[in-house]
Ligand binder design. Sequence first.
Ligand SMILES: Nc1ncnc2c1ncn2[C@@H]1O[C@H](COP(=O)(O)OP(=O)(O)OP(=O)(O)O)[C@@H](O)[C@H]1O
Length: 293
Amino acid sequence: MSGAPTAPPRGYAQPADATRAASPSDVIFEARGVSLRFGGVQALTDVSFRIRKGELFSIIGPNGAGKTSMVNCISGRYRPTDGKVYFKGRDVTGMTPNHRASLGIGRTFQNLALFGHMTVLDNIMVGRHHLLKNNFFTGSLYWLTGARKEELSHRREVEEIIDFLEIQHVRKATAGTLSYGLRKRVELARAIALKPDLILLDEPMAGMNLEEKEDMARYIVDLNEEFGMTVVMIEHDMGVVMDISHRVMVLEFGKKIGEGSPEEVLADPRVKRAYLGEDDEEEAPPQPKQEVA
Ligand SMILES: Nc1ncnc2c1ncn2[C@@H]1O[C@H](COP(=O)(O)OP(=O)(O)OP(=O)(O)O)[C@@H](O)[C@H]1O
């Protein structure tokens, strides 16, 4: 089981009003009554929630709570046994991950999924292939069709992402030779390169030291604020989650037990029980976020 929610280590930009009700046009993703079974294992039970456009939304919960299962139901890797999922108002429940990616759902993985033998630049370019209008056939008319122009514009956008994530110094390095923290950053770059409207980050800070975590938290906030991407994040570091999230959903044994602003979730007795156990509730109450000037 992961650690209890505690006071965040430092302050990041705080979101707009997290408590107001979502209007239908605000909603980018919705899960309605999602359940997921693997044989005898009930991974999710009747989970419903909405994610608003532009939100930084985190899913937390103890180990085995169903967080990755839920993210996989959003990306299309898993299909709910019951219930429906909607993206931009469209029922995407039966759609493949590729189809959903083409509609604007991007993701990173809990375990790194880079091509270790390829350069950083090539790893990021791979992410953009489906955005290319010109293909194998038109590519042979490189100078006559718009292929050259298109490639240049792709390069420019990739370079912007490389600048944004401050990985210029390793752009020609082979991905497999990089430190873990840098590889996670390249993986994020590749996911951003797909230009998703909603990006799923599965434990983006796992295995990182404090400095790497601080950097990653800053990139995620900037991604959300500057690139305007809706972010859905699973993360075990409660300090960071409570510090940067607009809203948080809490799962336990596959059920939703809480949802709201970080402050609301931290004050929720059910959440405290899930993390601390009923008997320990009085011992170490989670602290609200501290603003840092
Ligand atoms: N492919 C699968 N086949 C069988 N059972 C699975 C599969 N994926 C997940 N489960 C089970 O579903 C439940 C929820 O798992 P899930 O990985 O979604 O939890 P989690 O909250 O992401 O956990 P963690 O924090 O440890 O990553 C667990 O009991 C898990 O063993």
